[in-house]
Design a protein around this ligand. Sequence first.
Ligand SMILES: *Cc1c(COP(=O)(O)O)cnc(C)c1O
Length: 800
Amino acid sequence: MPRELAPAELAEATRHHLVYSIGKTPDAAKLSDWRLALSRAIRDRIVDPWVATTRHVYAHDLKRVYYLSMEFLIGRLIEDAVNNLGLEPAAREALASLGVDFDAAMLDEPDAALGNGGLGRLAACFLDSMSTLGIAAHGYGIRYDHGLFRQSFRDGWQIEDAEDWLAQSHPWEFERTEAVWPIGFGGEVTTRDGRPRWEPAETVLAAAYDTPIPGWQGRWVNTLRLWSAKPTKIFDLEPFNRGDYMAAAAPAVLAQTISRVLYPDDTTPQGKELRLKQEYFFTAASLRDLMRRFFSDHDDAGLLPSRVAIQLNDTHPAIAGPELVRILMDERGLGFDEAFAIARGTLHYTNHTLMPEALEKWPAELMARVLPRHMQIIERMDAAHAAEMRAAGRPRPDSVGCIRDGEVRMGDLSFIAARRVNGVSALHTDLMRRTVFRDLHALHPDRIVNQTNGVTPRRWLRSCNPKLSAVITEAAGEGWEADLDRLAALGPLAGDAAFRERVMAAKQANKRHLADWIGATCGLTVDPGAMFDVQIKRIHEYKRQLMNVLELAALWNEMRRDPGAPVPPRVRIFGGKAAPGYAMAKAIIKLINDIGRTINADPAMKGRLAVVYPPNYNVTMAERLIPAADLSEQISTAGMEASGTGNMKLAMNGALTIGTMDGANVEIHEAVGADNIFIFGLDAEDVSRLRAEGYDPGAHVARSGRLSEVVAQIRAGVFSDGDGERHRAVADNLTGHDWFMVAADFDTYWDAQRRVDAAWADPNGWARKAVLNIAPMGRFSSDRTIRGYARDVWQVTPQF
Ligand SMILES: *Cc1c(COP(=O)(O)O)cnc(C)c1O
């Protein structure tokens, strides 16, 4: 733990950085100048333990973990630093003495959205946990110039604008001008001295930027290394001298394109060539970097599996398999068999989806053109695997293979190149074994393991919800932030009225705070006494925001029909972005906004029902909404949500879940008990059975009076100024296709919502359930997840 820091000392360091790093005087400084100066002063505190961690790892030759992820949804870093180093009181006082508002300064940092959603946020939580547990780890990813787009609404339609997190200087990172790797694309494979040699046609440079990641109390500091693409030469002098400035700049522009933007789509492979180049770019740079580190103190490549564990977060870095084999063969002179064996001892793959269409595939032609040597190696790995299976008396069925139907299958490639393959919740892992990887699982029955996702309690409880955290500390003692199982101490207190009151007082205060923010940003007055019912996540048909908003419209109908009905007041809150090319998701956003506008404009709903959809959901907004939530909507079609992590964050903050038996909801149900969660709907088996039998959504709609009424209203333009055409695509899809079975689950969802109403009517009972949701959440700390990876996958021993 770094030395205790006095507020006066931190104030002095901040003032010093303001003048000497930022170049401003206190009288001329703006809020962002002060925030940057404070960040520098705090960063100074991280550097010594960072250096000490690196020394320790080298001195003890600890096995290193490399977490390769196309996405890191880290949010604001100042918060992790202040929080994990225990600097909040000192920083608050220091800034106050300088006449600066601490809370405003914290919010001034741009939210680093280098990810789309759950997958990228998982990587960020894992970084925090790996540092907290003292695992020698590096995160590797891309330093996108522009993260996930900024969302706004115009007439209720989603508008996308480029995000610009680097517009101000980024105070946490260190540019490593010495860590630069040339990364090639295209060209051809020749032979020299009997060895294949790849001669790329174009080359870009991968330049490293390091961000220190301090764990809890700053005992251990790992590194997040992000790669930025640079041209091999700044510009072409020849066209420049001719006066053709565009042509002179073109190579640089093309090179930089590779790390320009995050792909705003987390489910379908697209953008093809550029996306493939992005994936190879960061994977190849990371492998070269880690191999240099390995060979700096080992000579024998055969030691790699015992010294290094590489984790592939989804298939995006799957080219790591052939790249590692290529390095070992073409650059180190190993034979193929040995190289392949080493790769298969070192690589591990996390699967995040059961949707076959979301498992990446590349046209073989594209792969062969962009990465000709890798294509050869993929063919060789695939043939070797087939031969190995034949020799073992378990010949591969035709459904297995890295190259099928003219496409390279990154899921199969990741599987055959990995020592362990993991799913991210018990249900997901089970379904993986039985569906997407059924045949590969039969060939390698020990390879698939489960590691249920988790979230870091430092950010998702301690830092976003200080009020509840104080109540928890009273009950569970200090230190639960790094030992979340201690929340179990709250269980017996669920029966203690005074304790319940303290928990609910914290919730109430958070709700008042959120209500003020909603008033200020959305211009809506909401009653903090109402139930805050939230669904916050990417907009996707499988997540079924549509079912939510249809139920909302049905509820509105019911409340208008029976104005005296004892329906508890609710504020229904949505948050989430749709991929720009995903027309149906964007249509659903518009429908939510149209229905919301209609309900909010109905004077009879005043104080009874309100709809809020603040634009631009991101980590910062999640931290604002989650502590104030009463009800957590986790209503995906069973079998579609691999795990979910929003469900964990919300339960940890005392929200009750209404949800299907999907992803980690199954384990949350098990942890909190059936009385403290509202489960409804088809389970994964029901869904596949119904699909196999031939699902008829029209019949389900016709059978449900409430749903039919809402569909008729949508078609009549009740929510769209009489324009019956506007939402026709959504209505037609629901009645005619409904792949995600909204109609089949609608009535049981309605019933579950009424059970929620009844439970809310008993405030003591609700508070009891809230406490009983928080108490067993130790299981959903990402510390538990990372201990599992360390033990079952990476074979490393955490220091703490
Ligand atoms: C946690 C989180 C997610 C993932 O939410 P799910 O409900 O699991 O899909 C997505 N985006 C942000 C900003 C998050 O914090």
